[in-house]
Design a protein around this ligand. Structure first.
Ligand code: ADE
Length: 248
């Protein structure tokens, strides 16, 4: 979302704008690491195009996808963070020709995130959550427990899930799904095609029910930008630490 990108661009001292396919790619550095920052845009096709351009036009060697998602699993609450280990397109269904959710001609319905990159990003997300979590809780007036980090399956589809009936149906069909959004699994498919490591981190903005649209808007404006920026900073610091350890 725009608020999230703005917060990331504020951390880049030298960003230069490159326009491609109606998108604005910001090329520069963040905590010393060479980066390209861009809005994925919304929906699977748009995000797949953006990911393809990052790889083919900008030679990105790995992708970090941050954003928000609706919580599906009972344990996943607003303000929590979900790191994807696997991604699936919940609206892909070419049955009876292919099993439900399988992407035809790939033999695959679940697309793994890159294990090593995701482990680094998960540790950074944990640190970022400690920093931004208390602030977020206060901003949203969330009572009770602090925000938690979950790791597992994220499902994607070209629908904003905003009814109890639809989120319950997803929970029944895919009991291990933690969160639902509109892009991650498409980007995972592109990254698998090109052999580019992907990590996906989503902050939970809503519970994919009748309150979703309102919760989502409020969350994006008040909290998501802070989360994304802290996460990106923590990931860059981890990369810098890894590089100095390797050269030291
Ligand atoms: N992104 C954030 N909340 C969502 C929802 N409820 N459905 C789909 N994508 C989302």
């Amino acid at each position: 979302m725009h608020d999230e990108l703005r917060a990331v661009l504020d951390l880049m001292p030298d960003e230069a704008l490159v326009r491609r396919a109606g998108r604005e790619f910001w090329v520069g550095h963040l905590h010393g690491q060479p980066v390209v920052a861009v809005l994925s845009r919304i929906g699977k096709v748009a995000a797949a195009t953006t990911a393809t351009l990052l790889i083919t036009e900008f030679n990105c060697s790995r992708i970090l996808f941050t954003g928000v998602a609706g919580g599906l699993h009972a344990a996943v609450r607003v303000g929590d963070v979900v790191v994807a280990r696997e991604l699936l397109q919940h609206d892909m269904d070419a049955s009876p020709l292919f099993p439900r959710w399988e992407v035809p001609l790939t033999g695959r319905s679940r697309w793994p995130a890159d294990a090593a990159w995701t482990t680094l990003v998960e540790a950074a997300a944990q640190r970022a959550l400690q920093a931004a979590g208390a602030q977020a809780q206060a901003a949203l007036g969330l009572a009770g427990r602090g925000p938690r980090l979950h790791t597992g399956l994220i499902v994607s589809g070209d629908r904003f899930v905003s009814t109890q009936a639809e989120s319950a149906a997803l929970r029944t069909a895919l009991p291990d799904a933690l969160a639902v959004e509109m892009e991650g699994a498409a980007v995972a498919q592109v990254c698998a095609d090109f052999g580019v490591p992907l990590a996906v981190v989503r902050t939970i903005s809503d519970r994919a029910d009748e309150h979703a649209a309102l919760d989502f808007s409020r969350f994006v404006a008040e909290v998501a930008s802070r989360y994304s920026a802290r996460l990106v900073e923590a990931v860059m610091d981890a990369l810098n630490a890894g590089e100095s350890a390797a050269s030291g």
